[in-house]
Design a protein around this ligand. Structure first.
Ligand code: GBH
Length: 460
């Protein structure tokens, strides 16, 4: 299987997960600084204070990526490093860091892809109401314009938001991510204001002649565990929350009727004002897809194969649908407990082609967490990650054969890093990081991916 010469192979990271240097250059606090420093929120009390110290080691990190043959790199900009309070004048030190990083990438022959928002909302904006506050959308557009003004001469690929599902429902409804709230109305308002922020940022960047801009959604293949009415209804709701609630407004200019009906009781609909959906559905140049696993869904609270311990209404990310739960479908698991299902990626991609207006697609994240350890020979033999990536790339190749306009693939992640609520306990990197010494060691998967990027072939 050969990928065409213009298919983009790359790797992805996000600012809070790798940078560290949490107080340098006047950087303000984000909701993740506050959340990770709150007892009981992150496994082992881990924080991103130091992370993999990429802020100080970016030159070596870029050199290593170049050596491995990366030709594209997706990274995010820490909002509070640019505007400590989320508004007003930009910090020179912050702009300068991303400028130097970008120049380093270009010098190494690596194409920069920027994500403007990967979850690190300035805490000051959270104190003013956060994403449930409409004003945050405008603040985000202003921030986006500042970043593009400074880097737009060199960076040609822009992604507004990473996974607004997670920012809204995992942060404001399930409370498992920052800011750790359990308020369904706030979560649903956040959905709309995040999407509005995307629309306003899109407008601001178009005014500056941005070349290539899109949004990244985390999409799942969702199937009912059985054809009972209870299971199919639960699966419809999960598909609604995870996929359609974001895809439909962006690509079709409307929220799905069934979701509006199911969530009306939470009183968020007045947040949707006239003209908003026009902004949100303005044409994009690419849709970023993050894919990790497939969901098999039941609505039966007594199902024997339920995943996780979501016992109470409060822990569910799905307002009004806490009964909709994931069940195991018997596939092998990664060490974070997610089922490995490459066919689900093919399902997601072909569904986009079938049900939505045509838009170029890019896999902006795909990867797996395994408890990798350095072995005595000094290497990391992560054969399971090699298999995971190979099988998912094969699913991409099949989708391309089926006519899906898929333009690229970014591995999550280049380096082991701070895995949000899981802290450093879960390793997603192709490059191993020793958190004590900050020594980087390419795993077998990095070497395999390196050969794949160079040969553009899965048959090596
Ligand atoms: C991506 O999220 C992120 O973009 C990236 O930063 C992250 O490191 C990577 O994946 C690996 O996780 O199940 O409700 O308890 C993927 C979507 C969102 C899936 C949070 C797991 C845990 C919350 N993830 N979710 S929940």
């Amino acid at each position: 299987m050969i990928f065409s010469d213009d298919f983009v192979f790359g790797g992805a990271t996000a600012a809070y997960q790798i940078e560290g240097a949490a107080t340098e250059g006047g950087r303000g606090k984000s909701i993740w600084d506050v959340f990770s420093h709150t007892e009981g929120r992150v496994v082992n009390g881990d924080t991103g204070d130091v992370a993999i110290d990429h802020y100080h080691r970016f030159k070596d990190d870029v050199a290593l990526m170049a050596e491995l043959g990366f030709k594209a790199y997706r990274y995010s900009v820490s909002w509070p490093r640019i505007q400590p309070d989320g508004t007003g004048k930009a910090l020179e030190a912050g702009l300068d860091f991303y400028s130097r990083l970008t120049d380093e990438l270009l010098g190494a022959g690596i194409d920069p892809w920027i994500t403007l928002y990967h979850w690190d909302l300035p805490q000051a904006l959270q104190d003013a109401g956060g994403w449930p506050n409409r004003d945050t959308a405008q603040r985000f557009a202003d921030f986006s314009a500042i970043v593009h003004e400074h880097l737009g001469d060199r960076v040609k690929h822009w992604i507004t938001l990473n996974e607004p599902f997670v920012s809204s429902f995992v942060g404001y409804a399930a409370g498992r991510h920052a800011p750790g709230l359990r308020d369904p109305q706030a979560a649903l308002k956040s959905v709309h204001h995040l999407l509005l922020g995307h629309g306003l940022a899109l407008q601001a960047l178009r005014a500056q002649n941005v070349a290539d801009i899109g949004i990244t959604l985390n999409l799942y293949s969702v199937q009912a565990a059985s054809d009972s009415a209870v299971d199919t209804d639960a699966a419809r709701r999960v598909d609604g929350f995870q996929n359609r609630l974001f895809l439909d407004p962006v690509l079709k200019g409307r929220y799905p009727q069934d979701m509006l009906h199911d969530t009306a009781e939470f009183g968020w609909l007045p947040a949707v004002q006239e003209g908003d959906l026009e902004l949100i559905s303005a044409p994009i140049d690419l849709l970023g897809v993050n894919y990790y696993t497939k969901y098999l869904i039941t609505g039966d609270p007594e199902h024997p194969d339920l995943v996780g311990e979501r016992t109470g209404q409060l822990d569910s990310p799905y307002p009004g649908a806490a009964h909709a739960r994931e069940v195991r479908h018997g596939k092998p698991l990664t060490d974070i407990g997610w089922e490995i299902d490459p066919d689900g990626l093919h399902d997601v991609l072909t569904r986009l082609k079938r049900e939505y207006p045509a838009v170029p697609l890019v896999i902006t994240e795909n990867g797996a967490a395994f408890d990798d350890e350095l072995s005595e020979d000094g290497a990391v033999h992560d054969q399971r990650r090699v298999d995971y990536v190979r099988e998912h790339l094969a699913a991409c190749a099949r989708a391309i054969e089926d006519g899906v306009p898929l333009k690229g693939y970014f591995l999550w992640s280049v380096f082991d890093n701070f895995e949000w609520a899981e802290g450093y306990a879960k390793r997603f990197g192709a490059v191993h990081v020793d958190y004590q010494t900050q020594v980087r060691t390419p795993k077998d998967s990095a070497l395999w991916y390196s050969r794949t990027m160079r040969s553009r072939s899965l048959d090596q």
